[in-house]
Design a protein around this ligand. Sequence first.
Ligand SMILES: Cc1cc2nc3c(=O)[nH]c(=O)nc-3n(C[C@H](O)[C@H](O)[C@H](O)COP(=O)(O)OP(=O)(O)OC[C@H]3O[C@@H](n4cnc5c(N)ncnc54)[C@H](O)[C@@H]3O)c2cc1C
Length: 242
Amino acid sequence: MTMQERLKQISSSFDYHDNMRQILDTYLSMNTQYDLRKSGFLDHLCFWALEDYDTIRTSDKTSRSKIREGESALVQAILDDCQDVNLLLFTSVISVHRTEDKKVRIQTQSQQVFNVRTTIITVPLNPLHNIEFQSTLEFEKLCAIAEGQCRGDTKFWAKLKNSIEGTVIVCFGPDNALDIRDIVAVERELQKFLPNCKVEHVFGHDWRNGSFVESTWSWYKPGQGLSNLRVLQTSELPLFFC
Ligand SMILES: Cc1cc2nc3c(=O)[nH]c(=O)nc-3n(C[C@H](O)[C@H](O)[C@H](O)COP(=O)(O)OP(=O)(O)OC[C@H]3O[C@@H](n4cnc5c(N)ncnc54)[C@H](O)[C@@H]3O)c2cc1C
């Protein structure tokens, strides 16, 4: 079922409250970060369950980090606890070969080679097609990788000029509707809601076209949660897939 179909199913509850229907439409579009007709409903059920079936708790859980120093502090603490572990940043893996002696040879773009006993693949689904796997992965997994998942839309933050303590507005938008590098265009759009507002800075990134992520956050297309998730998570020893 698509998100749009689910919205239609429950829209009779909003017969006399079109404002409520519009708010729900906006809220769902923001969560999926994609066209509601192309995004699966199952992810939203999962999202809703993880957020304790409560809109206020959803906002609280998703809108801020519970770690004062930010998520990277947690990652750093895990790394500090590990022994003999090297963190390599800016190191693009181009191939993962399973060798005849049941080991793995990993090659990076800068021609570094690592021979290891096992590998955990944590690359998101959409850019996984950039890595060459030998021997090839299971056919169903290759199909799921080729299909990919929803690519998401635009998310950016705009800091307003002359506001109390510099208000920051979080903005979501559909398919390339706004060039966030054009501060005047961003300001013009925001002025539709906040006449005369002035934008000082815009923060954001073109996640959908970044070769390391090719999407914003994980969201399956209709039917993929049931048809693809299990095969994507199946290990193909000595490779494990997150
Ligand atoms: C704009 C935006 C806003 C978000 N807002 C929220 C929010 O408010 N709340 C929330 O809970 N979540 C949010 N998310 C989602 C959250 O960031 C992701 O769900 C989370 O980061 C996924 O973690 P991950 O480890 O699976 O993937 P990632 O964090 O994407 O990590 C995957 C890593 O693999 C690396 N990689 C990819 N390809 C290769 C390769 N070939 N070789 C080597 N390395 C490679 C990437 O560089 C990356 O470091 C947001 C995401 C985006 C983009």
